[in-house]
Design a protein around this ligand. Structure first.
Ligand SMILES: NC(=O)c1ccc[n+]([C@@H]2O[C@H](COP(=O)([O-])OP(=O)(O)OC[C@H]3O[C@@H](n4cnc5c(N)ncnc54)[C@H](O)[C@@H]3O)[C@@H](O)[C@H]2O)c1
Length: 359
């Protein structure tokens, strides 16, 4: 048994789900502290979850020598500076999406991470749902065959109450709209299975809410392997759903429709012939579920830190997700398809916001 790591979570919004996740893998992590500028909220959560220590600033938390890992669940525009602060304090950092505001920043962090001797774990918790992991398991065993198409739907509901929080809805602080904040997971699931994207064509619009950033989008992806994907995103649907429908040479794979748990069980895997179905069913009988969602990513992180091997999501994964965002926003702004990869010479390498919203 490897030693437990002392974790601290910063941010008492979605951060509460991170706190609960650390407590679901008690053999691996101790939720040792939580931190938020809002002292009353922190105190109440610490009492509810029985967390021993609270901090009102990241400075004070970073000075605590007992903490091994600091998990940032703070607003997006703060991540870049806070990641550097945590690494400089000699601690590993976990950080919510979107990791940083540009491809330039994620490339910069690659050097910072190497020099620090610590790791940066970007959050992509949807990867670890059991239904989606079953698809990965079948793919790794050669049972899917070549990919043909993918349909992705992220149809959620966000209204005034959501945008009442000041950092949301603005390019300077949220850094993007539904493509960045909400569909980033669905697009990461696409590349996790179908590999890199070669070309993107996107249309974005703001129809549901009186905000700066987009809240509806339609995107087509040409994947490097030749397969095609279509993704629609809206924040205007009354009964929220997420959908991922993969069509392969030998089988199709369909997610459940639960908006925030679409990677969880059940998924439906349909073989192209009775013989293929029998192979799929036989393989699935051998699938051993590991922890899923946030606790799944944290548990795999603990294992990689102690046993070696790659951590579950790296800066390269964050770069891939942010490269897609850069391509989506550039296509939406220019009206043209965008060919990947996007390098230093791209006009939006240092900032993907539309020109009129740049500082
Ligand atoms: N992975 C997911 O599924 C998922 C879901 C929701 C949100 N998120 C991401 O998580 C992040 C936080 O989102 P949220 O909805 O919880 O936001 P939120 O505004 O509800 O909560 C953020 C918290 O951080 C605190 N905070 C702000 N600045 C701070 C600082 N300097 N030091 C300490 N605390 C500080 C705030 O007081 C607030 O309580 C965002 O990047 C968001 O995109 C990810």
């Amino acid at each position: 048994m490897h030693p437990k790591l002392n974790a601290a979570v910063v941010g008492c919004g979605i951060g509460k789900s991170h706190m609960l996740a650390f407590q679901k893998v008690p053999d691996l992590f101790i939720l040792a502290a939580i931190c938020d500028l809002d002292v009353a909220k922190t105190r109440a959560l610490a009492d509810e979850l029985k967390v021993p220590k609270t901090y009102a600033t990241l400075d004070a938390l970073c000075a605590d020598p007992a903490i091994d890992v600091i998990d940032l669940a703070t607003p997006p525009h703060l991540h870049l500076a806070q990641i550097q602060q945590v690494l400089a304090a000699g601690k590993h950092v976990i950080c919510e999406k979107p990791l940083v505001p540009s491809l330039r920043d994620v490339d910069f962090l690659t050097g910072v991470e190497k020099r620090s001797g610590r790791r940066i774990l970007p959050i992509f918790q949807y990867r670890y749902g059991h239904g989606f992991q079953r698809l990965k398991f079948l793919q790794d065993r050669g049972l899917t065959g070549r990919a043909h198409t993918v349909n992705i739907e992220t149809s959620w509901r966000r209204r005034d109450d959501y945008y009442a929080i000041a950092w949301r809805g603005k390019w300077q602080t949220e850094l993007g709209g539904c493509c960045l904040t909400h569909a980033i997971h669905a697009h990461d699931m696409l590349t996790y299975i179908n590999g890199p994207v070669a070309r993107v064509y996107a249309r974005c619009t703001t129809r549901v809410n009186p905000v700066e950033v987009e809240d509806c989008a339609a995107i087509t992806f040409e994947m490097a392997d030749g397969s095609l994907a279509g993704s629609t995103v809206t924040l205007g649907r009354a009964d929220e759903i997420s959908r991922h429908s993969f069509v392969f040479e030998k089988m199709s794979a369909d997610s459940n429709l639960r908006a925030y748990d679409s990677s969880g069980d059940p998924w439906v895997f349909k073989g192209d012939t009775p013989a293929l179905q029998a192979e799929i069913d036989a393989a699935l009988a051998e699938f051993t579920p590991e922890p899923e969602h946030y606790q799944g990513q944290f548990a795999r992180f603990h294992k990689a830190l102690h046993e070696g091997g790659e951590i579950p999501a790296t800066l390269a994964d964050a770069r891939q997700a942010l490269e897609l965002i850069t391509a989506i926003y550039w296509s939406a702004e220019s009206g043209e398809p965008v060919t990947l990869p996007i390098g230093k010479d791209h006009p939006n390498y240092a900032n993907w916001s539309p020109a009129k919203y740049r500082a």
